[in-house]
Write a protein that binds this ligand. Sequence first.
Ligand code: IVH
Length: 679
Amino acid sequence: MGYSLQDKKDVADLSREEAEEEIEALREEIRRHDYLYYVKNQPRVSDAHYDRLKRRLEEMEERFPDLVTPDSPTQRVGAPPADEFRTVEHVALMLSLDTADEAELRAFDRRVKRELGVERVSYVVEPKLDGLSVEILYEDGIYTQGATRGDGMRGEDVTENIKTIRAVPLKLRPGERGLPSFLAVRGEVIMHIDEFEKWNQERVETGKEPMANPRNAAAGSLRRLNPRETAERPLDIFFYDLMEVEMGDLTVDEHWDALGLLRSWGLKVNEHVQLCHSVEEVIAYHQKMEGQREDLGYEIDGIVAKVNRLEYRERLGTKTRSPRWAIAYKFPPRKEVTQIQRIAVQVGRTGTLTPVALLKPVDVKGVTVSRATLHNLDYLRDNDIREGDWVKVMRAGDVIPEVVESLKERRTGKEKEFEMPGSCPVCGSNVVRDGAYYRCTGGLSCPAQLKRSIEHFGSKGAMDIEGLGGKTVDLLVERGLVNRISDLYRLGEEDLTALPRFAQKSAHNLLDALEESKGQSLARVIYALGIPHVGEHTARLLAERYQNMDALMDASEEELQAIPEIGPEIARSVVEFFAEEHNREEISRLQELGVRMEYERQGGSLDGLTFVFTGGLEGFTREEAKEAVESRGGRASSSVSGKVDYVVVGTEPGSKYDRAKELGLRIIDEQEFRQLLGV
Ligand code: IVH
């Protein structure tokens, strides 16, 4: 293999011909290292060397843009954010798997043999990965499409997002027989547990809700509208199915061979796949993998056994949702026995009291568990769980483990039935019952509710105050700097720099974010107040209907219920919230401190105007820009046509910019856009 950085001229001194001559070899070299690093997990060069290669390629492509190709390693990230995902049809239905225990697996094996009329069947066994399945297409060896499972027939087109996963080659490696002209493959996108934990930790530190488990994190990451966000998530993939291949006279008879072909083209296949010649071997494999489960570094919840011969698969066929030739043999849940030392009560944002078991620490397959949720009082009663009980604790790949069962035979008579306290353990206010739940009536005078409410107030869908994470909020409340939401807007630099881990820079950032949040839309302000049952959507409906906070505060239940989509429960909740004098006072304080409480349509200034965005804006995400236009009566479109009034061009605009110039549309930059918005 022959690419070396040695004796290479500076890119600035290269002629176009020289660049053209070199560029493909350089790309191949980068692809080779990507393959070694991301697929084989055997890096051969230092990061610094790799970066030099990458930089040289970027410089060349910058100098000679016409030499850029879609399969270039520089092209993983760069697509502009999408407005929505279109859907695409799968090459064949994406099926689910039936699940089985050992007895059912044996029955499955007997049925397979009976239906085929054979005595022996071989199975390929694979880990059952706990991520999300995708279908990926290659044409002439080049990555062209990636889609989620969707409803099985059609999935969401997440081509640009999957492209950012480094283990997905943009160009296949020619195997011994060269490249297929068409290839459809399926695999599972996953997030490794250590990466998940690191990433979740960052979320918590920046005030975002942690994700429950790596699967949800992977799924959420793949569905970002902005591929740049997907690119920041540590995703990986394993391929496990070859759906269609066109390559001369190539025929594939066995799934085992198919996996070999995938590997030969540089696609990552799980290293633990194995060929078994009897159901006993499948059972042994299940046992072996269960033993290795905690050391894999990614979540698996069982194994999959697939009939190896493809002709047999054809003959066995499929049921409506699942094949007759494959089955999932799951692992039993991860449970351990330990003792509840005490049942504590946690107070949430709306005052709901949740019983939490404080456990004698126990190792549940590699994770020390010392707290587990008990949901609510009914759950405790229905399952007869008492303080002092020995219990089974389950960890389902989720962040919060749960107590699933108490061991009655281990009782000594000293166990105590749990009673909900009559007063809040945090603030001492009365506790009232509300269906299955108990609630502290302290409202925002309760520090626990206050903390969680402030966190909600600053959260992404609400006032979106960056840097106001859970830990910061706890500190602000505990130090008495914030006793009510409006106190946030009275914070000064000295208040913040006195806090541990708060440097001047982070203090400034938080103060800036607070200042900026004062201009958030009325809908966000309503949502941020945390009125029970009022989510983001309802808040928008209320903002549109009432146009300002004062009018909303005086709305009656009947009036509210007249709004389509608003039922009696929401209406009552809104009226009750504003009937509380301290809530009204807090709203006036917020208003006095400069928080906008008016619907932002400014004289309908954008009424009837259509906007298109291309490229990145400094001060707005695409979503915010759209919201700004729509809230002023305008429309945001995703495509350029003669009907468009303004094309807002940001950094690195896409093809929409060229099209806009062709059509002679009015093109404005961010500054002019701001002027139109009046911000
Ligand atoms: S094969 C009909 N192989 O499990 C064949 N699926 O319940 C189904 N999965 O949607 C796909 N690991 O997301 C297959 N080694 C593996 C798998 C696997 C995980 C997931 C996949 C699928 C679901 C089916």
